[in-house]
Design a protein around this ligand. Structure first.
Ligand code: URA
Length: 241
């Protein structure tokens, strides 16, 4: 027996949170009966429908994508811009991005239909390390970097300590290239952090998430995550419970 929202998320139909919304909205039926109770348990063989259509259990799939510039991670963009899922036309499963990168951010994005896995990777509690390369306007000084590393207030909430390394200071073009290791993923966090200390971000690129990196991929391409890599990612977050 498992919770209805978990069963829906496990099918790859949508995330657990969105499944809860669907249940509350009265769109989910179990064996022909509309169910609006979130705690409802279902068992193997129960016939679950959303808006009258049966949910089909998909194989769990995991991809590592090199997101290029100029595409969005949302699946319903109000401006109808290119989506990351447009790059996966030959994948039949309903995959979605595990986490978000901005329209103009490039780099590593995990795509999957495994809601459980996505929640684990994204959950702030697990502090999974993400490494970004960031180009900023101006020549940032050591004291400002130290302040960012210790944590600063963004919209009233303090960021977790992070690690920042200077890669290059271009005095001619007044630009600094840095590597930043974050252990959380607030919305537009890197850009907000540097903006808040007067160094707007010019370019942002994610190099790695946990134990996986972009090696061997070029912008717009992807590969299947190896079962061992999926295991290792799960292990990284499980070790932090
Ligand atoms: N931080 C940002 O500001 N943007 C991203 O796309 C990712 C992290």
């Amino acid at each position: 027996m498992e919770r209805l929202q978990k069963a829906i998320a496990a099918s790859g139909y949508t995330s657990r949170r969105k499944a809860e919304d669907l249940i509350i909205q009265g769109k989910v039926a179990v064996n022909g009966e509309i169910v609006t109770e979130l705690g409802t348990k279902v068992k193997k063989g129960d016939f679950i429908t959303v808006d009258g259509k049966p949910i089909v259990t998909e194989n769990k799939v995991y991809y590592l994508f090199y997101k290029p510039k100029g595409c969005v991670c949302t699946l319903d963009d109000e401006f109808d811009r290119p989506k990351v899922t447009d790059y996966f036309t030959d994948v039949k499963e309903r995959i979605y991005p595990v986490g978000r990168l901005d329209y103009d951010t490039t780099g590593l994005l995990i795509m999957s239909n495994d809601g459980e896995f996505a929640n684990m990777i994204m959950h702030p509690r697990y502090h999974l390390e993400k490494i970004y390369e960031v180009s900023i306007n101006g020549l940032i000084n050591g004291a400002t970097l130290h302040k960012l590393e210790k944590g600063i207030y963004l919209e009233g909430v303090k960021t977790l300590p992070c690690k920042i390394k200077v890669i290059n200071k271009d005095t001619e073009h007044k630009t600094t290239v840095l590597q930043i290791k974050l252990y959380e993923g607030k919305n537009r966090q890197v850009k907000k952090m540097f903006e808040s200390v007067g160094h707007p971000v010019k370019r942002l690129h994610r190099l790695s998430v946990g134990c996986v990196n972009l090696k061997g991929l070029t912008p717009g391409t992807y590969r299947i995550l190896k079962p061992q890599e999926v295991k290792d990612l799960k292990k990284l977050v499980n070790g932090k419970k």
